[in-house]
Design a protein around this ligand. Structure first.
Ligand code: SF4
Length: 242
């Protein structure tokens, strides 16, 4: 009798997802994550990216053109690349981080270093989404602050109009602010991220979820922090599927 073909991919996805849950401190599979939530392999596909990708791409290109070879703030003096953003311009979900690091400056792409790998893991293993197809990722400043220091208020102020225009071009259904600087910039006030993460806010009528930056997760790799981000992303998925 012929042996049926073996499909390895779903099993590998399931194994990755179980490992991810274990990393988040779960000893059992949370029911919501597999039945009504969208996390994990085997979940029904989400109605993502329903907007016109082409129109959003064109709008984004115009923003990029206007930014040009920007020298509007002092970060231009030390950067190698302007890290504008990457992903699907028609995405329903946008992640906003703080600023490029050394790897990002080198490659001209956001979240490609260690923190980027963590973010990809959160998106792909934790949320069951495809980073390139289902999300768009950018930062509040597009050039690397030297030595990875926090961006300064004048730098944020110089770059912010382009973040606003990017978000207007994409028109996502949900924004995730990664860390205090991103949340504070978008909300226009000092956000206490440890207290305020996980609670919905609003940015120009768009639901905004503040959560920990993946670099913070790597620095403080506790079960509580990992579970907090997992729970925040579950809320994001639940809203996106509505
Ligand atoms: S951080 Fe923004 S405003 Fe400053 S130089 Fe770079 S692109 Fe221009």
């Amino acid at each position: 009798m012929a042996t049926p073909p073996v499909t390895r991919e779903p099993l590998r996805e399931l194994k990755d997802y179980l490992k991810f849950l274990k990393d988040c401190g779960y000893t059992e599979i949370p029911v919501q994550a597999t039945l009504s939530g969208h996390s994990g392999p085997g979940a029904p596909p989400m109605p993502m990216a329903r907007k016109s990708k082409t129109a959003a791409s064109q709008r984004l290109e115009e923003v990029r053109k206007e930014l040009g070879d920007c020298t509007r703030c002092k970060l231009s003096a030390t950067r190698k690349s302007i890290v504008f953003g990457s992903g699907n311009p028609g995405a329903d979900l946008v992640f906003v981080g703080e600023g490029p690091g050394a790897d990002e400056d080198e490659q001209g792409l956001p979240f490609v270093g260690r923190a980027g790998k963590k973010l990809t893991e959160i998106i792909e293993k934790g949320m069951g989404l495809d980073r390139e197809k289902d999300t768009y990722i950018c930062n509040i400043v597009k050039c690397r602050p030297p030595g990875n220091r926090d961006p300064e208020p004048d730098e944020i102020a110089a770059c912010q109009p382009f973040l606003v225009k990017q978000l207007l071009a994409i028109r996502p259904r949900v924004i995730v602010a990664l860390g205090k600087p991103a949340a504070s910039t978008l909300l226009g006030r000092a956000v206490a991220i440890t207290k305020e993460r996980g609670a919905w806010q609003e940015y120009n009528g768009i639901p905004l979820m503040p959560t920990f930056h993946p670099a913070y997760l790597l620095r403080f790799y506790t079960v509580e922090n990992r579970r907090a981000v997992h729970d925040d992303m579950k809320k994001v998925l639940n809203l996106l599927k509505k």
